[in-house]
Ligand binder design. Structure first.
Ligand code: NDP
Length: 325
């Protein structure tokens, strides 16, 4: 039997990632083939015409699960009674722009989105932030939505996780399904720490199958720089793979997974990461709730890499706390 429809908001609806994401969500790939969907697509006023074109294409797909689709430039309309928020839209980094400038511009966007979620969304809404700097944008939205539980906010590390799985599988010469327990710790930035310290390949310790030299000098930089490598090859940033990662992240959040996945959430102090920082941890998911996997040994090398990401996130947080006042 069909379930009652759920409302899903997608911001940055006229952008590259959304152009892949919207269709996959509407086809039922994210929430299942028995879950009707109402889509609310948000854009800035100057992109509404493009978004209208996307909406027409979506209607032409005649997806049976898609009950309704609305486009708007008002977050209070887009987020009304929504069950899922996919916050993809963010201002891109312009030429010569520093990370702090980008933070400043996007802090305004995520402040507004946090407040609108606080007032308008279903009280159980699940929020995924994709727009960069994703971890800190999630931190801002969370702080601006005090009526919602911080546990309702996450930032996307799933593409980094999948990239790490793919690169390790290719190195060892196995299918990606043979790889388990990869963890990408920290910030969705070039300072993230993709770790194979606990990874298994067909049940065998990955660290016994590859050289530490390869891990440090090839694997970690390749995962960290994968986005830039794709831009170099394609002339545009990754979009279809980012959309795929959104689908996987939300499907697991809604339906649960016993497999370890990397998700950026507010720290509860696990692994000595300062409480409240939106940091990527290894998690499993049950009944719509993330549980940080406990008890993994952190060696000296891992701790030093985790600290680099922590420090970067603390700096971003401090800039933001000044801006939020
Ligand atoms: P994309 O759809 O390509 O990317 C959207 C955001 O996702 C960017 O911040 C991008 O960061 C980020 N991102 C996170 N992870 C990844 C990843 N692994 N690979 C690629 N991107 C990733 O951007 P577009 O510029 O095509 O589209 C953005 C849209 O958002 C525009 O249409 C714009 O009008 C809209 N927008 C909407 C707002 C709103 O709804 N209020 C506010 C601001 C903008 P990065 O740039 O670092 O790649």
């Amino acid at each position: 039997m069909m379930k009652p429809p759920v409302r899903v908001a997608i911001t940055g609806g006229a952008g590259q990632i959304a152009y892949s994401l919207i269709f996959r969500v509407a086809s039922g790939e994210m929430l299942g083939q028995d879950q009707p969907i109402i889509l609310n697509l948000l854009e800035v006023p100057q992109a509404l015409t493009t978004l209208k074109g996307v909406m027409m294409e979506l209607q032409d797909c005649a997806y049976p699960l898609l009950q309704d689709v609305a486009i708007t430039d008002d977050p209070n309309v887009a987020f009304a009674e929504i069950d899922y928020a996919l916050l993809v839209g963010a201002a891109p980094r312009g030429p010569g722009m520093e990370r702090a400038d980008l933070l400043k511009i996007n802090s305004e966007v995520f402040k507004i989105h946090g407040k609108a979620l606080n007032e308008q969304a279903n009280r159980k809404v699940k929020v995924l932030v994709v727009g960069n700097p994703a971890n800190t944008n999630a931190f801002i939205a969370m702080k601006c939505a005090p009526k919602l539980d911080p546990k309702q906010f996450s930032a996307m590390m799933r593409l980094d996780h999948a990239r790490a799985v793919n690169l390790l599988a290719a190195k060892v010469g196995v299918n990606v399904s043979a790889v388990e327990n990869i963890v990408v710790w920290g910030n969705h930035s070039a300072n993230q720490y993709p770790s194979i310290a606990h990874a298994l390949v067909n049940g065998k310790a990955a660290s016994s199958l590859v050289e530490q030299n390869w891990v440090e000098n090839e694997f970690i930089p390749a995962v960290q720089q994968r986005g830039a490598t794709i831009i170099k090859a394609r002339g545009k940033s990754s979009a279809a793979s980012a959309a795929s990662a959104v689908v996987a992240h939300m499907r697991d959040w809604a339906m649960g997974t016993e497999k370890l996945v990397s998700v950026a959430i507010a720290s509860d102090g696990s692994y000595d990461i300062p409480p409240g920082l939106v940091y990527s941890f290894p998690v499993t998911i049950k009944n719509g709730e993330f549980s940080i996997v406990q008890g993994l040994d952190i060696d000296k090398f891992s701790r030093s890499r985790m600290l680099v990401s922590q420090k970067e996130l603390e700096q971003e947080r401090d800039i933001i706390l000044d801006l939020l006042g």
